[in-house]
Design a protein around this ligand. Structure first.
Ligand code: FAD
Length: 398
């Protein structure tokens, strides 16, 4: 393979930009084709565990991230009705010591901006906006991305990092079947100062209840609280990051929940509604010079908080494979093989957590205490999460 193949990446999201940076740093020429007209501040919080942090730190981003992240001391489980609290796991020093990197929470826009700034400084012309990839053509020696406006861009490989509704994936394998889970999530950001003092805590919290759960954690240096409330709901099926709802609708979806949950919902600046669709893991996601990355390859429910982390891991492993193999198709195949089993296991673990968080046993306080004691025992929690956090994309075999 030539020492500097030209890599095309569809999508300048979290995974696409991380892959771009990992490749630029290795001397590759990268063209990123992004559908958006401008890369604006959209989205709310994402959680980055040690496995994702390793990917970002390997690209020299630790100091920039640290200026805006929140590193909580731990995570708690709370009961939807009484507010009773249990420890889920310790983070902070425990994550650093046990998994070799911190667990932090960050506004997606802050993470995205940091990646974008570094990519633009290193390769000012790499990103082409207003370029929606609609398909591709490939031969034995090259691949051409075809954009909706008819533009054709030729390269040595095409990476579909174009998110959950990936057009590159559709062009490879057709529409991926998706089932509505019966769940939707209310998402949004709360200015920390609008909360009572006792709720301005730098911990991650999972409220669990029958038919719903609410996750909240601080972002942007503790000035914002990110809130996501999942609830069983049959009449909202739009899978989107940008559909708005109203505070009243959101409150009505959590009747009888603890006053702290209502206080959080009341203070969300703009409530967004996101329907959760489930998809079975793909059996393969590479053909020749075309592969997928992040949500395009393995869309997951958010119940393991690993969507962004898997995209970060993919990006670093992909760049390592392109370095390690002599031709592009072999490198892309090796990348898929290194990632397929882990990401499929993660998708299944997130499905399992959906049932766990919303269990009917949580309906009354006594049954709930028994259920929480059993399901969130330390040994069980370690078994569910250690394999996720222990993985290091920088050193894993490729
Ligand atoms: P994404 O980060 O979703 O990036 C996909 C990128 O591809 C986007 O920039 C998109 O505009 C672009 N794209 C899509 N189709 C095409 C096409 N045909 N051609 C070219 N470009 C295309 N996750 C959370 O946990 N919390 C949030 O608040 C949150 N907000 C989000 C807001 C937005 C606007 C987006 C796009 C995603 C958001 N996510 C959020 C999802 C989260 O970023 C991803 O689940 C995760 O980071 C995996 O990243 P990814 O790179 O695979 O996909």
């Amino acid at each position: 393979m030539s020492p500097h193949p030209h890599i095309l990446i569809a999508g300048a999201g979290i995974g696409g930009l991380t892959a771009t940076l990992a490749l630029i740093r290795r001397g590759y020429r990268v063209s990123v084709l992004e559908q958006a007209r401008e890369l604006a501040e959209i989205g709310a919080g994402v959680q980055i565990s040690a496995n994702g942090a390793q990917a970002l730190f390997s690209l020299g981003l630790e100091a920039a991230l640290e200026a805006v992240w929140c590193e909580p001391a731990g995570k708690e489980i709370r009961l939807w009705s009484t507010g009773e609290t249990w420890k889920l796991f310790d983070l902070g020093a425990v994550s650093r010591q046990r998994y070799g990197a911190p667990y932090f929470m960050i506004h997606r826009a802050d993470l995205h901006r940091i990646l974008l700034d570094v990519v633009q400084a290193a390769a000012p012309d790499a990103i082409r906006l207003n370029c929606r990839v609609a398909g591709f053509e490939q031969t034995a020696s090259s691949v051409t991305a075809i954009c909706e406006d008819g533009a054709r861009i030729e390269g040595d490989a095409l990476i579909g990092a174009d998110g959950v509704h990936s057009r590159v994936r559709n062009a490879l394998f057709g529409q991926m079947p998706a089932q509505f889970t019966g769940l939707m999530i209310w998402r949004g950001l709360v200015p920390m100062e609008s909360l009572p003092q006792r709720m301005q805590r730098l911990v991650g919290t999972n409220w669990v209840g029958p038919g719903g759960h609410v996750v909240h954690y601080p972002v942007r240096g503790g000035t914002l609280m990110n809130v996501g409330g999942a609830i069983e709901h049959d009449d909202w099926r739009v899978e989107s990051w940008t559909e708005r709802g109203t505070t009243e609708e959101a409150l009505n979806d959590f009747p009888g929940w603890n006053e702290d949950v209502h206080t959080l919902i009341r203070n969300i600046e703009v409530p967004y509604k996101w329907a959760l669709l489930g998809r079975e893991p793909l059996e393969r996601w590479t053909i020749g010079r075309v592969t997928l990355l992040g949500d395009a390859a393995h869309p997951t429910l958010p119940m393991m908080a690993q969507g962004a982390n898997m995209a970060l891991e993919d990006a670093v492993v992909l760049a390592r494979c392109l370095d390690a193999y002599d031709d592009v198709p072999a490198a892309l195949q090796a990348y898929e093989e290194a990632r397929r089993e882990r990401t499929a296991r993660l998708v299944r673990a997130a499905n399992d957590n959906a049932g766990r968080f919303h269990n009917p046993a949580l309906g009354n306080a006594e049954g709930a205490a028994r259920y929480v004691d059993t399901e969130w025992q330390e040994a069980k929690v370690k078994q569910r999460y250690d394999w996720v956090f222990e993985y290091d994309p920088v050193t894993t075999a490729v």
